[in-house]
Design a protein around this ligand. Structure first.
Ligand code: FES
Length: 75
């Protein structure tokens, strides 16, 4: 079992579940106290980056990638 799961949302953010430490590009830590889930913007349009603020719904963001099937086991 994994401690952290990152789930892509169709046409939406990356939903991160589990204990994480999120920093900005300078290494400053975001306060995630009390948050079990964090939605990270993947559309680039949020006014609250790196967090999703729901703008993806209004900007026409399309992302429906599906993870590829695992390769077959070796024969
Ligand atoms: S993914 Fe929600 S605002 Fe960008």
């Amino acid at each position: 079992m994994h401690d952290v799961t990152i789930k892509t949302r169709e046409n939406g953010p990356l939903l991160v579940t589990g204990p994480i430490r999120l920093t900005d590009h300078l290494g400053n830590v975001y306060d995630l106290t009390g948050k079990e889930n964090v939605a990270l913007c993947s559309c680039g349009q949020s006014a609250k980056k790196p967090f999703c603020d729901g703008t993806h719904r209004a900007c026409g963001f399309i992302a429906g990638e599906i993870a590829p099937a695992p390769p077959p086991p070796p024969a």
